[in-house]
Design a protein around this ligand. Sequence first.
Ligand SMILES: [Fe+2]
Length: 191
Amino acid sequence: MAKLTLARARELLQKHVAEKHLLLHALAVSAAMGAMAELFHEDRDHWEAVGYLHDVDFEKYPGEHLGHVHELLSGEGVDDADIRAILSHGYGHCGDVEPQVNLEKSLFTVDELTGIVMAAALMRPGGISDLEVKSVMKKFKDKRFAAKCDRDLILNGCERLSLPLETVVERVIEGMRRYMDELGLGPKAEA
Ligand SMILES: [Fe+2]
């Protein structure tokens, strides 16, 4: 089976997701996964593809999230390891597939962390272009900031990865910066 590419993942997600905020979230997680792949010397395009598809069934089946990933993707040439990786990001809240390999552990961790980074970048005139790790760390500690992002889950993910939170934050910023224009996180034009 051909390896899943980001280009193919974009085609596939279009069939199942139309809401703009979900597409932006898909792109943010994809971008972050690309930078995690680089950290582990893995295939960046492939990790970005898996990240891009991770919430593929959420718009159509919000109450049964991850229950329909298999039926949406297995007929499309997406291999079982990639489907397993997608399922494992819901470990502990929507499913019992435990993240085992670095691809899975990374997805589990960055899914929530991208929300904090996105919110932090949106508040700044420079967007994500000059966002620093220490400023995200401060926001991480402020539980009221992007309150929906589950800090305990992120820390649990870092533990699984055996990486300090700072390292993962740095990767997420770096990955998302590469796609800042598409994410709407570039520097704001001066009025
Ligand atoms: Fe997600």
